[in-house]
Design a protein around this ligand. Structure first.
Ligand SMILES: [Ca+2]
Ligand SMILES: [Ca+2]
Ligand SMILES: [Ca+2]
Ligand SMILES: [Ca+2]
Length: 299
């Protein structure tokens, strides 16, 4: 799977994509409202190629939303939960797409021969951050939610990946190997003030903000295998939440901040698990022999 297009995250699901549709206003087209935080979107190759699935937060009602022979990956919810951004190589290379939360209305937002991936919706719904190697190496870009005005924010010869918006929309966390190995960075939403948050010789990637903006979860292999860590938003207090010899990665917070979903291959293949935000109370949600990963908790 693809969360960053090429960043050397062999131990992670690599995730790579979507167009906003007219909001469905009244008249006959009303969709069943999704309860707040009631769904988790994820990726699975259980049908032979990676697809975007959605399930209830107890693991029930796992439903394929993409049904494509291509690789579909990296689901990310719109702030109102009505749409899902994802990446797919269905046109021959990775692009960012959006679809309605029921899988209908898939639209390509990027349409560029480069690898475009890792879509992240801004908290106000107006923009989508993503990554692309269209300038020769991976950068974090931002565009309007309709795909217009695609702008390079990082402009660095290193590989930048995995953008994640702060809940107030003022900043983006991301990862970069500009200092020699992949580490977590943060910048202002206009690309200014790029600052390193983690500082070690291992791989720290895939940051995700807690809903209150005070903490950032991420994946690190500093203890010899990949684990989900959490730190304060200024980089202090880095704490291992998973502590398991298997590979744990790609974390996503429940909207109330009380729980974190993530992936682990501790049962022999990748599954989605959920735990309390302090690492306690672990539950396996998927239990499928295929690779299940890249969870995204609905708003
Ligand atoms: Ca592309
Ligand atoms: Ca770059
Ligand atoms: Ca581990
Ligand atoms: Ca599995």
């Amino acid at each position: 799977m693809v969360k960053t297009a090429n960043v050397a995250i062999a131990f992670l699901f690599v995730v790579c994509l979507a167009v906003p549709l007219a909001a469905c206003g009244g008249g006959g087209g009303e969709e069943e409202p999704i309860p707040a935080g009631g769904k988790i979107a994820f990726s699975s190759d259980r049908d032979g190629s990676y697809e975007i699935y959605v399930m209830n937060v107890d693991g029930s009602a796992q439903t394929n939303l993409t049904n494509s022979p291509a690789t579909d990956d990296s689901a990310n919810w719109s702030p109102d939960g009505s749409r899902i951004a994802f990446v797919s190589n269905r046109d021959g290379n990775f692009e960012v797409y959006v679809m309605k939360a029921d899988g209908s209305g898939k639209t390509n937002l990027t349409d560029n021969p480069a690898a475009d991936s890792s879509a992240a919706w801004s908290p106000d719904g107006s923009r989508i951050a993503f990554t692309s190697n269209r300038d020769g190496n991976f950068e974090v870009y931002v565009m309007n939610a309709d795909g217009t005005d695609q702008t390079n924010l990082t402009n660095n010869p290193a590989a930048e990946a995995d953008p994640a918006w702060s809940p107030d929309g003022s900043r983006l966390a991301f990862d970069s190997d500009r200092d020699g190995n992949l580490q977590v960075y943060v910048m202002n939403a206009d690309g200014s003030g790029q600052t390193r948050l983690t500082n070690n010789t291992f791989i720290d990637v895939v940051p995700t903000w807690s809903p209150d903006g005070s903490r950032i979860s991420f994946t690190s292999d500093r203890d010899g295998n990949a684990e989900v860590y959490v730190m304060n938003a200024d980089g202090t207090g880095q704490t291992n939440l998973t502590n398991n010899p298997a590979r744990e990665s790609i974390s996503t917070w429940s909207p109330d901040g009380s729980r974190i979903a993530f992936t682990s291959d501790r049962d022999g293949n990748y599954e989605i698990y959920v735990m309390n935000a302090d690492g306690s109370g672990l539950t396996n949600l998927t239990n499928n022999p295929a690779a299940d990963g890249v969870p995204a908790w609905s708003p």
